[in-house]
Design a protein around this ligand. Structure first.
Ligand code: UDP
Ligand code: MG
Length: 309
């Protein structure tokens, strides 16, 4: 019998882990697959680990990986991938926003021969207008500046064939923006539409700061376009300066003089503003290169349960 690995990142999910398990098991039992559920505890500070440990003691298909601290959802998913042994792997959130029944539809597509099956959100319940609006603009922008097509309205809820998981796990770059890489790898890709439910309990762990960091990682790891902005602005400003000098000479030569000095201050301010922004973009990439050179691990595992040490 073929095997499915279910990877679930958990950060302060004491209220949802048991609900997730109780909902997932009867559905997965209908899948005609062997399965394992790999919970990755991403440095939770509540009772998540205790609850996961109890689940793993009553069901050995439940595997637990405990991080030494909070490394973020992307690192947790990657670690789950690396410890998975299924013929295909599905990644989904602990809060039941990604409906488990959809995994059965994804498995049908996998059996048809697809390698990457993206869960595509049709309706997003329980998410603020701000989150939906900024996400829409951001993904439009990302699609424009990326060298490949980023599928719209998809998140981390996907089913991947083993060969895709292996490719991703063996990629040498450290800060992996998985939802980008999973499209970038190619292979046979398709979608399953679903309505995203509200969180079953607890609250989102994506603060504005975490959202901005993920958004920055998405841009820096998928596109070098922002680096070319300095060249374009520089060229434009040089042309404008030449035009400005010519105008100045004509004004002086024809004796039509207005107080040009007054223009100087806002112009210089604007130019410095643009220059600082462009330098900051360059530094963002420099920081990413520095992180890669340091070669630190993406996460640190402190303990494992029901998995080989
Ligand atoms: N998560 C994680 N580490 C983090 C933040 C979140 O492992 O630093 C997990 C979280 O427990 C959940 C999933 O990632 O299973 C999605 O997080 P959340 O529901 O808070 O995000 P949202 O659905 O609001 O975007
Ligand atoms: Mg959620």
């Amino acid at each position: 019998m073929k095997k499915l690995s279910v990877v679930v990142p958990c950060y302060n999910e004491q209220e949802t882990v048991e609900k997730f398990y109780d909902t997932a098991v009867p559905v997965l039992d209908r899948s005609d697959m062997d399965y394992e559920i790999i919970f990755v505890n991403d440095g939770s500070r509540d009772k998540t680990l205790e609850k996961l440990t109890a689940l793993s003691q009553k069901d050995t298909r439940v595997k637990v990986i405990n991080f030494s601290r909070n490394f973020g959802q992307q690192a947790a998913i990657l670690c789950g991938f690396r410890h998975s042994s299924g013929d295909c792997v599905v990644e989904l959130d602990c809060d039941l926003q990604d409906p488990i029944e959809v995994v059965l539809e994804m498995l049908d597509k996998w059996r048809e021969g697809y390698d990457v099956i993206h869960g595509r959100r049709k309706i997003r319940h329980g998410e603020s207008f701000f989150k939906k609006f900024t996400a829409k603009i951001y993904y439009k922008f990302l699609a424009k500046i990326s060298s490949f097509e980023m599928p719209r309205n998809t998140g981390d809820f996907k089913l991947l064939d083993r060969r895709v998981v292996d490719v991703i796990c063996n990629m040498p770059e450290h800060e992996k923006y998985l939802r980008g890489l999973e499209s970038w790898v190619g292979f046979k890709q398709t979608f399953v539409d679903f309505d995203r439910a509200e969180r079953v309990a607890g609250e989102t762990h994506y603060s504005l700061k975490k959202m901005i960091n993920l958004a920055k990682a998405g841009i820096v790891s998928n596109s070098n376009y922002p680096l070319s902005l300095g060249f374009k602005f520089g060229l434009l400003l040089s042309f404008l300066s030449v035009a400005g000098f010519i105008t100045l000479i004509v004004l002086l030569a024809t004796g039509v003089y207005s107080n040009l000095v007054a223009w100087l201050f806002p112009t210089v301010g604007l130019l410095f503003g643009i220059k600082f922004v462009i330098d900051a973009i360059g530094n963002l990439y420099l920081g990413k290169v520095y992180d890669e050179v340091k070669n630190r691990p993406e996460y640190i595992v402190s303990d494992k349960i029901n998995l080989e040490k």
